[in-house]
Design a binder for this molecule. Structure first.
Ligand code: SF4
Length: 745
């Protein structure tokens, strides 16, 4: 059972990093605990929780070091600017300041800029790691105090295409609309573009059953640790793989073709669940006609997967479907297929495939997206997204505006409309019609945004850059004002896991003297900017307001409170999945939450899921003679996102201290690059440098670089900022590069 411990005595809480939100217990560290270079203030122990089943990865085990980071920010910093006689602006060094001076500078800057250039001249950039309470309060600050349309967040980089596809098909987007543990009972899982064995290793436990039944199919241009779980392609199977599934290694940027071919086979061989389609799905005929053109032999010429393998996968999935007497099947997508200019189309094709087989809205089967960031799910529900209000409501919907404005006590007409999505917002900074000030919370865009060199130029063109952070991240070091804020084990709040399970984050240690919660920062900014809109400081009170604002929305939290979540956990409950309306459908007892969505009907107006016909266009930056190699980016086990946190954990930094360029030995021989040699990658946006790391697990036409570092090896300097036309998500996962030995090293 969980326990809500008083501050300073330890607590049952969850990992500060990814969306698996592994359960862990924190207890105060005795003085003799070795610190490995940092100073842990708590000891981490894994805790039984349904997503991690008592497991933690290396990041979770070492997370206590974050609390003792040697360069933890504890005082605000400000940077002075001077204007010389010719009008040239020079920027001084960041220097310590009082909270009063720092906030005064922010308020004066915002006031002057909005007076000169309008409300939208101040922009806000949030993060998918913020608690639900902070994400909600940040959206409220933007809409009621700053009254700017320009708010978006880094979730646009990682979940927008999955959200757009799911919303269009199902009328609701909850990454996994079923508990993760449901995967254990399936006969087949098709996993597209997710390396969960490295990014969230404890999740692999849920694939044990499907691996035993030889039903795991992984689609990835690299033979990742996850692809190796299939056992495919290895004599006797990989270690621990009792039998063989399939690993498909398509040409980067052609995942959509794989899916279109699978759909073709499903209909060509009479494998579709026609009874389910007739009863629960619309748009079927359009899709059936569209995929008729993608017979496997044609698809093979584009994606490189043999027609035989494509047929085998379609038959395997169909055999696992309930319609054909199987235990069940799942189609799951991750960033590998979503971070693409055709990401929404690819997700849509994955959903179309799941629908053709009759999987979504059935216990034991379905479609889901493996969300990445810690609060990637909650982060998209409470109003820090450009087009949304709390409760996952659409900002342009008059009823939604009226409801939320009522909770906030403001005139609905005063709420701004939708703003620019993240990449467009970053590109517009400091341009003649773009924002002149930016407030950044929980995001390190100088490392994590695509085409990051251009992002740096845009940040430098601002009149005011304000960053709230724990540590001097690359983005914070470029700011005019840096505000030091609390983190993870220093604060109370809630997060929402990748399955829509709302969980409690608990305070285990007292924050360092000098740092403040963002909730206090938002309240103080509102007060100093003359707003009368209340901003509570107590996270439980903020949550209660968030719950009221969400009432009746898709992500309805109105039946939840910190007290209810604590009581549920203390009673050994499995957690509560949204929607949790305040009123139970049956009356009487509190609503039990909704572990599985869509069992009776989808959330569309007519209750039917929508199939949508899509087609393959190809990557925006495709290979060509001067850039003949595909670049794909991603993560390594030891680091999380921009690395601002994990690079400060000594054990993780020692394990993987910097980036490398993974390439096949065949490519290395062709280019005269040996394992360990310095390499230069050049794209249309610039160049990066890192040592080569030979691996026969990657396609010979492709190189891979992780994105956790800054400097010369910061791969996002060369990724493209082309975006998906529906979701606004950037195409991190494929661009064209020239690869050469690095003469400068
Ligand atoms: Fe679990 Fe993710 Fe934390 Fe690893 S990083 S311990 S998988 S929540």
């Amino acid at each position: 059972p969980g326990r809500a411990a008083p501050s300073g005595s330890g607590a049952d809480t969850h990992c500060p990093y990814c969306a698996l939100q592994c359960g862990m217990s924190l207890t105060p560290a005795p003085p003799e605990v070795p610190d490995g270079g940092a100073s842990p203030r708590v000891v981490v122990a894994p805790r039984e929780f349904p997503t991690n089943k008592g497991g933690l990865c290396q990041k979770g085990w070492t997370s206590a070091s974050l609390l003792g980071a040697s360069d933890r920010l504890t005082v605000p910093l400000v940077r002075d600017r001077a204007v010389d006689a010719a009008g040239a602006v020079t920027r001084g060094e960041l220097r310590p300041a009082t909270w009063d001076e720092a906030l005064g500078r922010v308020v004066r800057g915002i006031t002057a800029i909005q007076a000169e250039s309008g409300r939208d001249a101040v922009a806000v950039f949030g993060g998918g790691g913020l608690t639900n309470e902070k994400a909600y309060a940040l959206g409220k600050l933007a809409r009621t105090v700053l009254r700017t349309a320009n708010i978006d967040y880094n979730g646009r980089f990682c979940m927008a295409s999955a959200a757009a596809g799911a919303n269009r098909a199902f009328g609701a987007d909850r990454g996994l609309p079923f508990p993760l543990a449901d995967l254990a009972g399936a006969d087949a899982v098709l996993l597209l573009g997710s390396n969960l064995a490295e990014t969230m290793p404890p999740a692999v436990q849920h694939l044990a059953g499907v691996r035993e039944r030889a039903g795991l199919v992984v689609v990835d241009p690299r033979r990742t640790a996850t692809a190796a779980l299939t056992g495919a392609g290895e004599a006797g199977g990989a270690a621990g793989a009792p039998s063989q599934g399939l690993h498909l290694q398509p040409v980067p940027g052609t995942d959509l073709v794989v899916l279109l071919a699978l759909l073709h086979v499903v209909w060509a061989e009479g494998l579709a669940d026609e009874e389910y389609l007739a009863a629960r799905v619309s748009g079927v005929d359009d899709v059936r006609r569209a995929v008729a053109a993608w017979w496997p032999e044609r698809a093979e010429t584009v994606c490189g997967i043999s027609a035989d393998e494509l047929r085998r996968v379609a038959r395997l999935l169909a055999a696992a479907s309930p319609a054909r007497g199987g235990r069940g099947a799942y189609v799951l997508t991750g960033r590998g297929v979503e971070q693409s200019t055709q990401g929404t189309a690819t997700v849509t094709a994955a959903i179309d495939l799941a629908l053709a087989l009759g999987l979504p809205g059935r216990t034991g089967s379905g479609y889901g997206a493996i969300t990445g960031q810690g609060n990637g799910q909650g982060g998209r529900e409470h109003g820090q997204k450009a087009d949304q209000l709390p409760g996952y409501r659409t900002i342009g919907d008059p009823a939604a505006r009226a409801h939320v404005a009522g909770v906030w006590g403001v005139d609905p007409a005063s709420l701004p409309g939708p703003g620019r999505p993240a990449v467009e917002l970053l590109r517009s900074l400091g341009t003649p019609r773009g924002p002149r000030a930016l407030l950044v919370h929980g995001s390190n865009v100088l490392v994590s945004a695509p085409n990051a060199t251009y992002v740096a130029e845009r940040l430098d063109a601002l009149d005011l850059l304000v960053v709230c952070d724990l540590v001097p991240s690359e983005t914070a070091l470029r700011a005019d004002v840096v505000l030091p804020v609390t983190q993870w084990a220093e604060e109370e709040g809630t997060m929402t896991s990748l399955e829509g399970r709302v969980i409690r984050r608990r305070r285990a240690v007292t924050p360092p003297v000098g740092v403040r919660s963002e909730l206090w920062v938002f309240a103080e900014l509102a007060r100093r900017l003359g707003s009368t809109v209340p901003f509570p400081l107590d996270p439980a009170e903020v949550f209660d307001e968030l719950a009221r604002a969400s009432a009746g929305g898709v992500a309805d939290y109105s039946g939840l409170s910190h007290a209810r979540l604590d009581a549920d956990e203390a009673a050994g409950g499995p957690g509560l999945f949204w929607p949790v309306p305040a009123v139970s459908p049956a009356g009487g007892e509190a609503h039990p939450g909704t572990p599985r969505l869509f069992l009776d009907r989808f959330r569309t107006p007519d209750g039917r899921a929508r199939m949508v016909a899509v087609d393959h266009v190809g990557p925006s930056d495709d290979v060509r003679p001067d850039a003949p190699v595909y670049l794909v980016t991603g993560r390594v086990l030891q680091h999380y996102q921009s690395g601002a946190q994990t690079r400060r954990v000594p054990e993780l930094d020692r394990s993987v201290p910097g980036p490398s360029v993974e390439m096949h030995p065949i490519l290395g021989f062709r280019l005269g690059i040996q394992d360990g040699d310095p390499v230069r990658l050049t794209s249309a946006r610039g160049e990066v440098r890192a040592p080569a790391r030979w691996s026969d697990k990657i396609r010979p036409d492709t190189v891979f670089m992780p994105f956790h570092w800054s400097g010369a090896g910061s791969v996002n300097r060369i990724t493209t900022d082309a975006t998906d036309p529906v979701s606004g998500m950037p195409e991190f996962k494929v661009c064209a590069v020239a690869v050469a030995p690095d003469p400068a090293s």
